[in-house]
Design a protein around this ligand. Structure first.
Ligand SMILES: [Zn+2]
Length: 260
């Protein structure tokens, strides 16, 4: 299952916890710090948690990480620790960051970067990058042996990308998403109109790529996209474990007009 192309009712709307995974451990990556509280510990007046590592779940995320699952005896819940950049069930990160949250740098060919937004390859936005170039992902395996990207996936990822960057009505007010993503409101308004008028995957991809060019590949951008996706109902509230402040920090969607 993949949250980017399949619904997981009931599960996807739960709050989910992310921590930085660092190189090391059996699977090659392990959490840098373990929370001592669960997502159900609402505030300081709540009864303290009793949290422990329940098991390690082997699954194929983009980097084939094994994910740590924790359980709180006090509040009777289990929760998975997702690496930076990953939503539940996602096989690729939402933005070009590694499991630590470090921005992934685009590969450089000679003195030049292969393509301006190459860092976004390996995220759901890759579908729009290809679409904007007129590259349609194959419709069947018979045509392109060994392909891992398919036409239906491309369509779904384009839809998701449009949702996350505020180009479709479901994402609520595009201006509010613009504030969230730190993109000029006028630009976003024009882009959402262009997206509504776009006919075909190539035109839609071009509009998404235009907005994408305004986003900096960073952990902060990933956080903002998580908040945007949660606001649009795509997944539950994103929480990140802050080992310094010692709390699960919400990544709240900011209303229009409020500086991000
Ligand atoms: Zn708890």
């Amino acid at each position: 299952m993949n949250v980017y192309h399949a619904e997981a009712p009931g599960v996807r709307r739960r709050p989910f916890v992310r921590v930085a995974y660092l190189p090391g451990g059996e699977s090659g990556w392990s959490p840098s710090s373990l929370p001592d509280r669960c997502p159900l510990l609402i505030d300081a007046t709540s009864v303290a948690c009793s949290v422990h590592v329940d098991h390690v779940r082997k699954r194929k995320t983009g980097t084939c990480l094994s994910l740590v699952v924790m359980r709180c005896r006090r509040h009777g819940c289990a929760f998975t620790l997702y690496p930076c950049g990953f939503a539940p069930y996602a096989r690729v990160p939402i933005a070009p960051v590694d499991p630590r949250g470090t921005p992934v740098i685009a590969r450089v060919e000679g003195d030049r970067i292969e393509e301006p937004l190459a860092a976004w390859r390996g995220t759901p936005f890759e579908a729009a990058l290809d679409a904007a170039r007129g590259t349609a992902w194959p419709r069947s395996e018979g045509r392109t042996k060994g392909a891992t990207r398919w036409w239906r996936t491309q369509g779904r990822w384009i839809g998701l990308a449009a949702l996350l960057v505020g180009l479709v009505a479901l994402a609520s007010d595009p201006v509010a998403v613009a504030a969230q993503l730190n993109v000029p409101a006028l630009t976003m308004r024009d882009a959402s109109q262009a997206y509504a008028a776009a006919r075909g995957y190539r035109a839609r991809g071009a509009v998404i790529v235009h907005v994408l060019s305004l986003l900096k590949p960073s952990r902060r951008t990933a956080e903002r996209l998580f908040a945007s996706g949660a606001h649009a109902g795509r997944w539950g509230a994103p929480l990140s474990w802050d080992p310094i402040a010692h709390r699960l920090r919400p990544c709240a969607f900011r209303a229009s007009g409020v500086p991000p």
